[in-house]
Design a protein around this ligand. Structure first.
Ligand SMILES: C=CC1=C(C)c2cc3[nH]c(cc4nc(cc5[nH]c(cc1n2)c(C)c5CCC(=O)O)C(CCC(=O)O)=C4C)c(C)c3C=C
Ligand SMILES: [Fe+2]
Ligand SMILES: [Fe+2]
Length: 335
C-alpha cells in the first residue's frame, strides 16, 4: 500500500481530449455564418492584417459564402449531425473503450461546439488532473495544430487550478499512421468495382506563402504521400499515385497542384478509372464528402473520366482506432 502523500502516488484521473477543426451546428446559412465568422477571424487561418481583412470578411465573405456552404453541408448532413462532429464523437467512444480504466476520453472542436474551453473545464471538473491534448491533424500546420494550442491557452488563462497538459505530436510519418492508411486504403481499393489506374492523394490546401514563411505543413503532406505511395506500390504494381491540394480559398496563390486541375488533366489525358484518398483528414467531412465526392466527380466526368471513387478516411474503423490507441498510449507513458 502506498500512502496518498507519497511522491509516487498518482491521484486524480487522466484525460485525453481529441480535437478537430469544427463545423457548424446546423446546415443553415445563419449557423454556417457563425462558424465561418469564428474560423475565418483566427489570425492563424487568414494571415492578413485585421484592418484589411475584417471589412472583407464581414462585407463580402460572410454575406455570400454562408448560403453556398450551407448548401454543401446540407448535402452531407446526417441524422447524427455534421459528419465531422459525428465521426469525431465516434472516435472518442472507440478510443474510450480501449482506454477504460486508464483515461477518460472526450472530444472538442477548435471552432464551434463543443468548444475546447467547455470540454477542458468538464474534464477538470470530472477530476482529470493530467490531460493529453490530441489535435487530430496528422500533418502540423500553424493554421490547425498551433491554433488548437492558442485556444487551450485561452482556456488555461481562465483557470485558477490548472490540469497538467501534454500534446500529441504530429503523426504524418509515424509508422502507426502509415500502417493504418496502407491497410485501410488497400482494403478499400480491393473492394472497388473497377481497377483504378490512378490513386490521387488530396490534402487540404494552404496559401503558398505559409510554406515560404516556414510552415512545415506542405513537407509533412509530401512525406505522408511518399511513404504511403511506397507501401501501395508493393501491393498494386500498376497503380500510379499522385498528390494534390484541394479547397482553395481566396485570391492568393495556394499550394499546387490543385486537386480540381489534376482531376481534369487526368481525365483529359485518358485516365478512365481514378480513386481519391484524403490522408490529411482523420475524419470525413464536407471537404471529402462534398468537395471531393460530389464536385470532384463532376469535374472528372465532365472532362471524360469514367470510373471514380472517393475512399473513406480512417474515421472510427478498427485500424483507425488501433492507430489512435498506439499514438495516445505512447504519450500517456509515465502518467
Ligand atoms: C486538414 C487540415 C486543414 C488545413 C491546413 C486547413 C486550412 C484552411 N482552411 C481554410 C478554409 C476553410 N476550410 C473549411 C473546412 C475545413 N477545413 C478543414 C481542415 C483544414 N483546413 C476541415 C477538416 C474542414 C471541414 C469542416 C467541416 O465542417 O466538415 C471551410 C468551410 C467549408 C467551406 O465553406 O468551404 C473553409 C472556408 C483556410 C482559409 C485555410 C488556410 C490556412
Ligand atoms: Fe480548411
Ligand atoms: Fe472546401
Amino acid at each position: 500500500m502506498r500512502p496518498a502523500d507519497h511522491p509516487d502516488a498518482r491521484t486524480g484521473r487522466i484525460g485525453v481530449l481529441l480535437v478537430n477543426l469544427g463545423t457548424p451546428d446546423a446546415p443553415t446559412a445563419p449557423a454556417v455564418r457563425r462558424y465561418l465568422g469564428e474560423f475565418l477571424s483566427d489570425p492563424r487561418v487568414v494571415e492578413i492584417p485585421a484592418l484589411v481583412w475584417k471589412p472583407i470578411l464581414h462585407g463580402v465573405i460572410l454575406r455570400t459564402r454562408p448560403a453556398k456552404s450551407a448548401h454543401a453541408y446540407g448535402q452531407v448532413w446526417t441524422e447524427a449531425g455534421s459528419p465531422l462532429a459525428a465521426i469525431t464523437a465516434a472516435q472518442a467512444r472507440g478510443l474510450q473503450e480501449r482506454l477504460n480504466g486508464r483515461a477518460v476520453v472526450d472530444w472538442a472542436m477548435r471552432y464551434g461546439n463543443p468548444s475546447i474551453p467547455e470540454r477542458l473545464q468538464a474534464m477538470k471538473d470530472a477530476g482529470c488532473e493530467r490531460i493529453l491534448i490530441a489535435p487530430l491533424y496528422p500533418q502540423y500546420s500553424g493554421a490547425t495544430t498551433a491554433s488548437v494550442w492558442d485556444k487551450v491557452g485561452e482556456a488555461m488563462a481562465r483557470m485558477r487550478w490548472q490540469p497538467a497538459l501534454r500534446s500529441l505530436p504530429p503523426y504524418y510519418d509515424d509508422p502507426a499512421h502509415i500502417d493504418a492508411l496502407e491497410a485501410d486504403l488497400a482494403r478499400q481499393i480491393e473492394a472497388l468495382a473497377f481497377v483504378p489506374e490512378v490513386l490521387l492523394l488530396s490534402f487540404h490546401g494552404m496559401p503558398q506563402r505559409t510554406l515560404d514563411l516556414g510552415d512545415p505543413y506542405h513537407c509533412h503532406c509530401r512525406k505522408t504521400a511518399r511513404l504511403l505511395a511506397g507501401r501501395l506500390a508493393s501491393r498494386f504494381a500498376d497503380l500510379r499515385v499522385e498528390t494534390a491540394f484541394q479547397s482553395r480559398f481566396g485570391r492568393a496563390k495556394w499550394l499546387e497542384p490543385a486537386t480540381e486541375s489534376v482531376l481534369e488533366a487526368e481525365a483529359k489525358a485518358g485516365t478512365r478509372g481514378l480513386a481519391i484518398a484524403a490522408p490529411g483528414f482523420s475524419a470525413d467531412c464536407v471537404e471529402t464528402l462534398e468537395e471531393l465526392a460530389i464536385r470532384g466527380r463532376e469535374v472528372f466526368e465532365a472532362a471524360g473520366g469514367k470510373d471514380f471513387a472517393v475512399l473513406s478516411c480512417l474515421n472510427d474503423t478498427g485500424v483507425g482506432i488501433d492507430m489512435l490507441e498506439t499514438l495516445v498510449r505512447r504519450e500517456l507513458s509515465g502518467w
